[in-house]
Structure formats: structure tokens, C-alpha cells
Design a protein around this ligand. Structure first.
Ligand code: 6PG
Length: 243
């Protein structure tokens, strides 16, 4: 069944991130109300500095029973937890250390393994177990998009896009966006979602957004199109990019 898709355009980045944060809070609160718990996949980039602080502060902070939330990461840069580029570090600083989420419900990508393949295999298992415990789906997958159309660490025409269909987490080498070595959830994992949010700001992304929404051309050039949550919803929230 084709996912329901909505597109919302906001006049400023502030309006965009406020709307996106409110939607995340609403979706998580609804999941907890319905099933007693919620599973979210978080991305890095500007979401960590622009959206997560809104969730970490009133009024949204109190709208969510954080003790019922489990957190995975849609992707991670393969650097130590104390590296300024580490998404888990940034997310702790702007969200996780400021809300009563239970530490045992937060699952950072284990970037301390020397072999990233081992880390990806472990994250695959953790993702599979968490999805199984949450009815087979994330309640919210929160994603950004780069000017080249990448999302999470799924880059256009990268081999990571077309790995084994049953893999939930993969190693991404030579990523065009530094750092070059990453771990990413796969399109299959990110499609196991009740709600997918793409939150996109920046005029440099206008062409990539237009191409992704037009759904023309090769999906391997537009990784967001590989994320198709069956019986789920896709919400595009974008900042107006033309004057
Ligand atoms: C990362 C993110 C990545 C990000 C996009 C958009 O590791 O950087 O997971 O997918 O969401 O590159 O980043 P900006 O919002 O900062 O442009």
C-alpha cells in the first residue's frame, strides 16, 4: 500500500523546526498513548542543533513520557563517542541529557569496535530486536536531507543502497559528506515506520527536494525515494527556498 505523503512549506527555518518538533512530539505521545511505548530513529546534522533543543524544553518536553521512549540512530559517523562529529554526542548534548529518557533505552551505534562491520552487525541485531518489540515498526523516523539528496548516510548511487534486503544496518565507506566512514540504517529499516519525517532547510537543497518529490528518474539518485513505509505516512517539512 502506497504511503500517504504530505508536504508542508514554512517561511523560515524557525517555523520549520518548530512545526517539525511539534509533529514529532504529537506522534510520540500518540504512540505511547496507544501502545504504551514509542520507538524513534534520530538523524544528525542540523536536526541536532535546531530541532532537538525544542523537544528538550517546554512545552514539548512535557508532552512526551520520555520514560516510554526508545531511541535508535538512523545513522552515525564512525568516530568515538567523544568526537565533536559524533551524532550520539550531539544528541545527548541537545536532547538526551535534558529529558528523562532511560539510559538503557538509548542505543548509540557502537563506534568503539575497531571493525565497523562488527558494529553494523550488532546494530542490525539491536534494530531487529527493537522493531520486534514495537510491532515491527518505528513510530517516528526523523530524517534530514543533503543537497545531493542523501538521507541518513544513504548517498546517491552508493553501494549501501543496494545491499541485502534483509540487512537493517550497513557500513558506509567513502561517504561524500565527511566523515567518510559511517554506519546507516538501510532503506528497509527506515521503511519499517508508521511515520517518516523529512525535515529540510537550506536553499542549496531546493533541486534535491524537487527531484525527490517529483519521483522522476532513478530512485538510486534520490535515496529518500527508497524509504517507502507500507501503511505509513511520509511528511515532508521544508523551508520555502525561493523568494
Ligand atoms: C548526518 C545526517 C545527515 C543529515 C543531512 C542533512 O550524519 O549528517 O544524518 O543525513 O541529516 O546531511 O544535514 P543538515 O540538515 O545539517 O544539512
Amino acid at each position: 500500500m502506497t504511503p500517504q505523503r504530505t508536504i508542508a512549506i514554512y517561511g523560515s527555518a524557525d517555523e520549520l523546526y518548530r512545526a517539525a518538533a511539534a509533529l514529532v512530539a504529537t506522534q510520540l505521545a500518540a504512540a505511547i498513548n496507544e501502545r504504551g511505548r514509542a520507538l524513534v530513529a534520530l538523524s544528525g546534522g542540523s536536526l541536532t542543533t535546531r530541532l532537538y533543543p525544542l523537544l528538550a524544553n517546554p512545552p514539548l518536553r512535557e508532552q512526551i513520557d520520555w520514560s516510554a521512549v526508545s531511541v535508535l540512530f538512523a545513522d552515525e559517523r564512525y568516530v568515538p563517542f567523544d568526537d565533536a562529529e559524533n551524532t550520539y554526542r550531539a544528541t545527548r548534548q541537545t536532547l538526551l541529557d535534558h529529558v528523562p529518557v532511560q539510559a538503557e533505552h538509548v542505543f548509540p551505534v557502537p563506534t568503539y569496535y575497531r571493525d565497523p562491520e562488527q558494529a553494523a552487525a550488532i546494530y542490525h541485531q539491536q534494530t531487529a530486536a527493537l522493531l520486534a518489540a514495537h510491532g515491527g515498526k518505528f513510530d517516528v523516523v526523523l530524517l534530514g536531507m543533503g543537497p545531493d539528496g542523501h538521507t541518513a548516510s544513504l548517498f546517491p548511487r552508493h553501494p549501501a543502497l543496494t545491499g541485502p534486503a534483509d540487512r537493517l544496518a550497513v557500513v558506509v565507506r567513502d561517504a561524500p559528506k565527511p566523515p567518510p566512514l559511517r554506519i546507516s540504517l538501510t532503506p528497509a529499516a527506515l521503511s519499517a515506520a508508521r511515520t517518516v519525517l523529512f525535515v529540510v532547510s537550506g536553499a542549496d537543497k531546493a533541486a534535491a527536494v524537487a527531484a525527490a518529490l517529483a519521483e522522476t528518474g532513478d530512485p538510486l539518485d534520490q535515496p529518500t525515494r527508497l524509504i517507502q513505509p507500507e501503511q505509513g505516512n511520509i511528511h515532508w517539512l521544508c523551508q520555502r527556498m525561493n523568494e
